[in-house]
Ligand binder design. Structure first.
Ligand code: SF4
Length: 476
């Protein structure tokens, strides 16, 4: 079959991240469409004829996409969409229908998998919505395209109006069996960067999927954690190094360090093979200790992103975060002690939030001084505990998922309105960005780690640009 995979164009000029749980507009990051590259490799291995277009990465508009589609004229189109860019992303289906009504359309989106009927009702030209693990669900669709009944993790139309939902996940058993993503289908890795362009060859990568923790606001909470082996991770890293001379990797796993031994094995292999790749990861405050931090640093880790979410223990407990404020403070201190940068994210508007707890968070940040911060407002994604809580309390004023931005609140708490939460977010940024000790602390880091000088300068310019010009919208 001739299959074309498309990462749709940017949204109103803003880059869009359409990857796993992370489906947002983000002014300061352009990421490889990793999941589409992965799928492309799987389908190519099965003998299909594959074309891929990353319109977001290379900043192509829909006219360009349409031309490419007309050139390729595929049998099947596969694309990703996100809640806040939904109408923009899914408009590709109408383009395809116009070109040739026989082309089948398959959409991927993690965040909306609990409201599949809404999705299908909103886009009559969408034939299949893969809600389960795309690595198994999509190949199954392609194989059984004349009769997809019984495929788990799939929503589809039977006849004109009947929507069939087979919700079981269609889970992938062993991530090690996946081929290396088809990076070769990208013209180059030049457009890609995260947070700040550093002019270094960069990619994102997954070494595991899922998260067994139960944070009430999270769309992957309680999913099965599936790791790749150290050898499988190394195989991809070696390939990236050899073929593209990749210098910088962001491991995009939800919780990179869940299994300490696995990370120690990966780190040991990176050191032994002198890979010379700098890398970042996402993890939790309770999943790092000094031994692991040192091993990670020695293997090229330059920093990590940690979801702290609040400086108030009451809020953390109510959000089922299963960390303590002290754990977060300690891990920031330890990581910085060993020369790593720590980017912490916080959420205003979790259950129980008041102006006092907002203040606790701001004080925590001023006291713990993480290298960088993201302040978000709570987003009641469908299917999460937070969504259920907001409905039960009558707090959810705006239910449409097209408005679920992390910079603009749609749900208050018992004590704070959505407008209060937007104010709190801006206030928190202002408190940090006007706090001289935070700058001094970061200058100290750069003096000890001069290789971070360039990035620090670019990051500072970004902060000013973002805060003054954009009031921290569509960015973190
Ligand atoms: S730790 Fe919590 S927020 Fe992070 S991925 Fe797991 S459930 Fe989600």
């Amino acid at each position: 079959m001739k299959i074309m995979l498309v990462n749709p164009p940017r949204f109103e000029g803003l880059p869009v991240i359409r990857e796993e749980r992370c489906e947002i507009t983000e002014r300061y990051s352009v990421l490889e469409p990793y999941s589409l590259l992965q799928l492309a490799a799987i389908l190519r291995d099965r003998g299909h004829n594959i074309a891929l277009l990353d319109a977001n990465g290379f900043d192509y508009d829909y006219a360009h996409v349409e031309k490419k589609l007309a050139d390729v004229m595929p049998d099947v189109l596969i694309f990703r969409f996100t809640p806040t860019t939904f109408d923009h992303d899914t408009s590709i289906c109408a383009i395809v229908r116009e070109l040739n009504p026989k082309i089948k359309t398959i959409g991927l989106c993690w965040t909306l998998n609990k409201v599949p009927k809404d999705v299908m009702d909103s886009v009559p030209e969408l034939d299949y919505y893969a809600t389960g693990d795309y690595e198994t669900v999509v190949p199954s669709i392609i194989e059984k395209i004349s009769d997809v009944s019984g495929i788990g993790g799939l929503v589809w139309r039977s006849g004109k109006d009947v929507i069939i939902n087979t919700p079981t996940r269609g889970m992938i058993a062993n991530l090690d069996e996946l081929p290396i993503p088809a990076y070769d289908l990208l013209d180059s890795l030049d457009p890609y960067f995260i947070n700040t362009p550093t002019d270094e060859v960069f990619t994102i990568m997954y070494t595991s999927r899922g998260c067994p923790y139960g944070c009430i606001y999270c769309t992957v909470a309680g999913t099965v954690w599936k790791p790749r082996s150290a050898e499988s991770v190394m195989k991809e890293l070696r390939y990236l190094k050899k073929k593209y001379n990749v210098k910088l990797v962001s491991f995009f796993d939800e919780t990179f360090t869940i299994d300490k031994q696995r990370i120690m094995d990966i780190c040991r292999a990176m050191v032994e093979e002198k890979l010379d790749i700098k890398w970042y990861c996402n993890t939790r405050a309770n999943l790092l200790d000094e031994e692991l931090i040192i091993a990670m640093r020695d293997a090229g880790c330059r920093g990590m992103s940690i979801g702290v979410e609040s400086g108030s223990q009451k809020i953390l407990d109510m959000a089922s975060k299963r960390i303590t404020v002290e754990e977060a403070r300690n891990v920031i201190r330890l990581a910085k002690k060993h020369g790593l940068k720590v980017l912490c994210s916080f959420i205003f508007g979790l259950p129980g939030e008041t102006w006092d707890t907002v203040d606790e968070t701001i004080q925590f940040v001023k006291n713990a001084l993480p290298t960088g911060v993201q302040f978000n407002v709570a987003v009641p994604y469908p299917g999460t505990e937070l969504h259920r809580w907001a409905i039960e309390k009558g707090l959810l004023k705006e239910t449409g998922w097209r408005h679920l931005y992390q910079h603009e609140s749609v749900v208050g708490t018992e004590d704070m309105s959505p407008e209060d939460l937007n104010k709190a977010r801006y206030m928190a940024y202002k408190a940090l960005y006007t706090y001289p000790i935070w700058y001094l602390e970061n200058i100290k880091h750069v003096l000890k780690n001069p290789e971070d000088f360039n990035m620090a300068v670019k990051y500072s310019i970004k902060i000013i640009n973002n805060f003054v010009l954009h009031r921290m919208e569509h960015s973190h």
